[in-house]
Design a protein around this ligand. Structure first.
Ligand SMILES: Cc1cc2nc3c(=O)[nH]c(=O)nc-3n(C[C@H](O)[C@H](O)[C@H](O)COP(=O)(O)OP(=O)(O)OC[C@H]3O[C@@H](n4cnc5c(N)ncnc54)[C@H](O)[C@@H]3O)c2cc1C
Length: 396
């Protein structure tokens, strides 16, 4: 059977937050866009479902503010160091973001792309991409060929197509898994982050979802998980059963659905984010915050940014690597310094002794505790923790 053929300005692989935002912006800017997605909506994506304040601002900007406001907004934060003595902090309400199930968020975002005029092709796994220089890009899926002037890769942390093109080097360095629970989950609007022994630089989280449900998950570096010789499933089971961790709350709650895991690409430098006729956005570009593990806001932001650069390239008719390079420079300027600082702070998360020490300081210094809380939830730059005056307060 001859595959059907679509000719378009821009082809996008992956309709997660990055791909859908790119498609929406391009279509709104007058470009023809085909958005190719392996799954069919509504589809799930293993995630903590925590959309940060920065992510919410982008949702508002694209007209989804009211839609997002129906989801649970945490009002308190509990941080728990390896010694198990919790520290309760109270960031300003507007800084938490909201817990929005990805099954709903991603379907809504894909819908906004379609409403703007993008053509969404679901249930279609992209198998190959042919870059034919002056002739454009051909995207190949079962039974379908799409030819385009430009390709945006938003294929997530597995990044199968980005890797196939040789743009993503090396495997992802982090991995995380989550499961939903229902029952007595504690204060219904409290977010919890537990720095368990043995999983640094990762942590275990509880994000409230409303109606007695909570998103519980754990993540760490793949190296650490392998060193500890325990799977994320075993780490989470231990956490749930530990009476100290959540006063036995989770052991009494009911798991809803399976534990699901996914890798996280946190290394900006591991991906070449542009090449002739190609831009890479979201997780595939290594934009997951190395400290908090959050990536939704960056996926949304980089999707928009990639679209803006794609529109400029279409306007100029220049798709050379050189013409597209300002996109990579913009990503580096936006995230590079913070990602490098975050990796330094990861060293502290690797040491339970140091972490317990820092928490003893935080208990005596409310202002410092608030700053560290903001950094942990991705609301403030990790660079702030590395200022000499802050380091002095944290360590002495
Ligand atoms: C357990 C866990 C918890 C997390 N918690 C949070 C959190 O609370 N807050 C937060 O901000 N971030 C969190 N993250 C990170 C967040 O999930 C990602 O940063 C975000 O999903 C990135 O969006 P994306 O669009 O780049 O990629 P994705 O959301 O992964 O979307 C990629 C899309 O590409 C599609 N695709 C892949 N290959 C192909 C192909 N060959 N053909 C067609 N389609 C393809 C996939 O089906 C998918 O729909 C978490 C991650 C994990 C693993």
């Amino acid at each position: 059977m001859t595959p059907s053929h679509i000719a378009t300005d821009v082809a996008i692989v992956g309709a997660g937050p990055a791909g859908s935002l790119a498609a929406r912006r391009l279509a709104a800017g007058g470009a023809q866009v085909v958005l190719l997605e392996r799954a069919s909506f509504p589809r799930d994506k293993p995630c903590g479902d925590g959309v940060s304040a920065a992510g919410l601002a982008i949702l508002s900007h694209i007209g989804l503010g009211e839609w997002a406001s129906r989801f649970t907004a945490p009002e308190a934060l509990r941080l728990s160091p390896p010694d198990g003595q919790p520290l309760d902090v109270q960031p300003k309400a507007a800084c938490y973001g909201r817990t929005i199930p990805r099954r709903l968020l991603d379907a809504r975002l894909a819908q906004t792309a379609v409403e703007a005029g993008a053509r969404l092709v679901e249930g279609t796994r992209v198998q190959n991409v042919e870059l034919a220089g002056g002739a454009g890009v051909t995207v190949v899926a079962a039974g379908l060929k799409v030819t385009a002037q430009l390709l945006i890769l938003a294929d997530g942390s597995h990044a199968p197509v980005t890797r196939k093109l040789g743009l993503a080097q090396g495997p992802p360095r982090f991995v995380a898994a989550r499961q939903y629970f229902a029952g007595d989950i504690g204060p219904p609007r409290r977010m919890e982050i537990h720095f368990q022994n043995g999983i640094g630089p990762g942590y275990t989280w509880l994000f409230p979802m409303g109606e007695g449900r909570v998103n519980v998950g754990t993540g760490s570096s793949i190296r650490r998980v392998r060193q500890g010789q325990a799977s994320l499933r075993e780490i989470l089971a231990r956490f749930v059963a530990d009476p100290r961790a959540t006063d036995g709350r989770l052991a009494r709650a009911e798991p809803i659905g399976p534990l699901q895991g996914h890798p996280l690409r946190t290394q900006l430098g591991d991906t070449r984010t542009h090449a002739e006729r190609v831009l890479v956005a979201g997780d595939a570009a290594g934009l997951v915050n190395p400290l908090s593990g959050e990536g939704i806001a960056q996926a949304l932001e980089s999707g928009e940014l990639a679209a803006a650069h794609a529109l400029a390239a279409l306007e100029a008719g220049d798709f050379s690597a050189r013409a597209l390079s300002p996109y990579s420079r913009a990503l580096e300027a936006r995230y590079g310094p913070d990602w490098r600082a975050a990796r330094i702070l990861q060293l502290a998360l690797n040491s339970p002794r140091l972490l317990n020490h820092v928490f003893r300081r935080l208990r005596r210094d409310e202002e410092l505790a608030l700053l560290i809380a903001y950094i942990i939830i991705g609301h403030k730059s990790p660079r702030l923790a590395l200022r000499p005056t802050t380091l002095l307060r944290l360590l002495t």
